[in-house]
Write a protein that binds this ligand. Sequence first.
Ligand SMILES: *[C@@H]1O[C@H](CO)[C@@H](O)[C@H](O)[C@H]1NC(C)=O
Ligand SMILES: *[C@@H]1O[C@H](CO)[C@@H](O)[C@H](O)[C@H]1NC(C)=O
Ligand SMILES: *[C@@H]1O[C@H](CO)[C@@H](O)[C@H](O)[C@H]1NC(C)=O
Ligand SMILES: *[C@@H]1O[C@H](CO)[C@@H](O)[C@H](O)[C@H]1NC(C)=O
Ligand SMILES: *[C@@H]1O[C@H](CO)[C@@H](O)[C@H](O)[C@H]1NC(C)=O
Ligand SMILES: *[C@@H]1O[C@H](CO)[C@@H](O)[C@H](O)[C@H]1NC(C)=O
Ligand SMILES: *[C@@H]1O[C@H](CO)[C@@H](O)[C@H](O)[C@H]1NC(C)=O
Ligand SMILES: *[C@@H]1O[C@H](CO)[C@@H](O)[C@H](O)[C@H]1NC(C)=O
Ligand SMILES: *[C@@H]1O[C@H](CO)[C@@H](O)[C@H](O)[C@H]1NC(C)=O
Ligand SMILES: *[C@@H]1O[C@H](CO)[C@@H](O)[C@H](O)[C@H]1NC(C)=O
Ligand SMILES: *[C@@H]1O[C@H](CO)[C@@H](O)[C@H](O)[C@H]1NC(C)=O
Length: 600
Amino acid sequence: MDLKPRNLTKSIIFFIALMITPKRCLTRPCVNLIPDCLLEIFSYLKYDRKTLFSCIRVNRLWCRLAIPILWSSPFKYYSQSYTYKIINTYITCLNIQDKVILKNLGLKNCLINMKSLFYYPRFLESFVIDNYTLGLKKWVKENFQNENLLRAQQIVDNMMMDLIFNDNCSLKKFKYVNYIEISRIDFLKKLSNLNLSLINTFEFLGHGYSKEMYSNILPKLFNQMSKTSRNIKHLSLYFPKTMSTKTMTTTTTTPTTSSTTTLTNSTTSSTTMSTTFNYYMIDNNNLISITENSDNSTDLDLSIINLIKSQNSLESFSTNEFWMKCSTEMIFNSLISHSNSLKFIKFFTLINFNQSFFKFIKQIHSLRTLEFKRFLFFEQFDSTLSNMIIPQNYLSQVQNIYLEERDIPYRLIDTIIRITNHSLKKFYSRRINPIILSSIKSFCPNITHLHISLEKYSDLLLNIIKNLPLISLYLQVRYISLSLKSCLPNSLKFFGLDSEIDQVELEDLLNNSHLSNLLIMELLNISDINENFRNIFIKFNEKFNYTLKELRLEKSLLKEFILLDKKELWNSRTFKINEVKNFKYTAYEEIFGSPYYKYT
Ligand SMILES: *[C@@H]1O[C@H](CO)[C@@H](O)[C@H](O)[C@H]1NC(C)=O
Ligand SMILES: *[C@@H]1O[C@H](CO)[C@@H](O)[C@H](O)[C@H]1NC(C)=O
Ligand SMILES: *[C@@H]1O[C@H](CO)[C@@H](O)[C@H](O)[C@H]1NC(C)=O
Ligand SMILES: *[C@@H]1O[C@H](CO)[C@@H](O)[C@H](O)[C@H]1NC(C)=O
Ligand SMILES: *[C@@H]1O[C@H](CO)[C@@H](O)[C@H](O)[C@H]1NC(C)=O
Ligand SMILES: *[C@@H]1O[C@H](CO)[C@@H](O)[C@H](O)[C@H]1NC(C)=O
Ligand SMILES: *[C@@H]1O[C@H](CO)[C@@H](O)[C@H](O)[C@H]1NC(C)=O
Ligand SMILES: *[C@@H]1O[C@H](CO)[C@@H](O)[C@H](O)[C@H]1NC(C)=O
Ligand SMILES: *[C@@H]1O[C@H](CO)[C@@H](O)[C@H](O)[C@H]1NC(C)=O
Ligand SMILES: *[C@@H]1O[C@H](CO)[C@@H](O)[C@H](O)[C@H]1NC(C)=O
Ligand SMILES: *[C@@H]1O[C@H](CO)[C@@H](O)[C@H](O)[C@H]1NC(C)=O
C-alpha cells in the first residue's frame, strides 16, 4: 500500500468519482475532473481523514482543493497525539515576532525557521475549545523547558486564539467551554469586536465565572453577537451559576454535602447584606442550593434574549434555567418568535416550572422534540399536576420526548405523556412505572421508538409492546418474562435488552420471536455464555435472510465472546460486532455532536 500511494489513491478516487460524481461532470469529454467537480467529490470525503490525506499527495490541484476540507475541523478527531500535531502546524503559521517570543519563553523546538505551506487557520470551520485545550496542554508540556508552564500555556493559547479568531475568521461551528486553568477573559473581550457572521452552531458553556464576567463581559459579547451573528441555527447555553449585578462581595462557599432533594430556601452560607441573587449550581449532579429573590432581569438575561430574538431562524435551543424568574416570560417570548423554525428544545434544568411552561411551549408550533435533563421545583406544584391535563395545554405538535435523568417525578412524566394528545412517536425515559405504561398504551398509539427503564417488571409491558408499531425498543429492567418472545413486534429494526437472562433463555427468545426486520441488536446482561453463543445469532440470521447487520454487546460480554469465538463462521456475510454504548436517552448529541461539558 505504501509503495505507490499516488497511483493507488488516484485509482481509488477515480473509482469513487465514478460512483458519486454529478452528471454534469461526466458529460465532459476528458477523463480529468474539473476543479469544482473534484471539490464536490472531496466534500463527500469530509469525514474520511485518511483518504483526504492521500488525496493531497496526488498533485498540486488536488492538494489545493483537499487541504481546506481537511483543515475545516481538525479538532474533531480527537486524539492527544493528533491534536498535538495540529497545534504544531498552527504554530508554524505564527508570525516571526510571535515565534521569537515563544523562543525566549523556552520553546525547545526549532519551529522558528519552519514556514507553513498554507495558512491553515483560515480554513477552520468548526472549533471545539475543550478538545483543543487538552491538545494545547500536552503540546506546551512537551515543548517548553520552563518552570511556569501555566504562563506559557496562557501565552501560546492567546496566540492560537489570535490565529483563529480574526477578521478572516470563517467559523461556522463554535463550542466554547471555560477551563479554569486558562483564563480566557481577554479572548472573550476580544471576541465581541469580531464579526462572526457565519456561525450557525454556537455552544457556550460557562463554568465558574466571576461576577464581572456575568454582569459585564458576557452580556457585551452576546449583545454584540446579536448584531453580527444572525444565522445561528443551533444554540446551546449552560451557565451553572449566575448572580445579579448587585450581589455580595464575597463568593458563597457551597455546602459540601447536600442531597438532591433538599431545596434550601435561605442563604446557606452567605454574607449578611440584603442582596438579590439567584444562585444555583449542579455539582456532581447534586443540586447544592437555590436562593432567589430578585425582581429584576440581569444583563445576561437581557443579552441572551436579544441574541435569540435577533436570529433569522433558530432550529434548536438548549439551556439550563440561568435566568431570573422575572425573565422567564421574555425568554419564552424570544423563543416563540421562532415558532416557524424551532424544532428542538432541551432543558438541562428547569427550576421555576409551573403551568405557564406548557402555555409557552404550546405556542412554538414548529417544536417536535422536547428534552429534559432535570426538574427542580417546589412541592406545591406537584399537587396541581392533574389540573394541567386539559386540551388548552395539549402539545399536539410535539412528537419526541426525551427524559434523561432518573429523578424526574413519575407524575410529571405521566402528565407530559398525556398532554401530547396522541402525537408521540419517540419516547425515551430512564424511569417509568406501571401507571406511565398504561398512559403509553392509551395515549401513544403511534409510538415507534420506546427506550425505557423500569424498576420492576410488569405484565402490562408485554401487553403494550405487542400492539405498538415499534421500530426501536430498548428495555432496561432487572428481570424479564420469557413471554417477551411472543410479544416483540415484527416491525422492530432495533432491539436492546438490559435484563438478567442467560444464554439458554436468549436462545429461546430468538428461536421463538419473529423479528424479520431486525437490523441491530444490543445485549447488556447475558450470563453463562459458552462457545455456542455465536451459533444462536448465526441461526437467527439464517432464518431471517441475514437481515441482522450488527450485534452490540456490553464491554465485558464482548470480551468473553471474543475469547470464545473462533472467527470461522462470522465472515459469511457482512456482520458487525461492536461494543454497546449506553442506551440512548438524549437527542442533544445528535445536534451538537458531543455531550455538554461536565464540570469536574
Ligand atoms: C472531543 O474529544 C472526544 C474524545 O475525547 C470525542 O469523543 C468528541 O467527539 C470530540 N468532540 C468533538 C466535537 O469532536
Ligand atoms: C486576512 O487575510 C488577508 C488576505 O488573505 C491577509 O492579508 C490578512 O493579513 C489577514 N488578516 C489576518 C488578521 O490574519
Ligand atoms: C460582517 O461580515 C459580513 C460578511 O462576512 C458582512 O456582510 C457584514 O456586513 C459584516 N457585518 C458587520 C456588522 O460588519
Ligand atoms: C421558604 O421560605 C418561606 C418564607 O420564608 C417559607 O414559608 C418556606 O417554608 C420556605 N421553603 C423552604 C423549602 O424552606
Ligand atoms: C430594578 O431596576 C429598576 C430600573 O433599572 C430599578 O429602579 C430598581 O431599583 C431595580 N430593582 C431591584 C430590586 O434591584
Ligand atoms: C409561573 O411562572 C411564571 C414565570 O416563572 C410566572 O410569571 C407566573 O406568575 C407563574 N404562574 C403561576 C400560576 O404560578
Ligand atoms: C388533539 O388531537 C386531535 C387529533 O388526534 C386533534 O384533532 C385535536 O385538535 C388535538 N387537540 C388539541 C387541543 O391540540
Ligand atoms: C396514528 O396512525 C394512524 C394510522 O397510521 C393514523 O390514521 C392516525 O391519524 C395517527 N394518529 C395520530 C394522532 O397521529
Ligand atoms: C432453538 O432452535 C434450535 C433448532 O433450530 C434447537 O436446536 C435449540 O434447542 C432451540 N433452543 C432453545 C433454547 O429452544
Ligand atoms: C447483570 O445483572 C446483575 C444483576 O442485576 C448485575 O449484578 C450485573 O452487574 C449485571 N451485569 C452487567 C454486565 O451489567
Ligand atoms: C428469504 O428469502 C427467500 C428468497 O429470497 C424468500 O423466499 C423467503 O421468504 C425469505 N425469508 C424471510 C424470512 O424473509
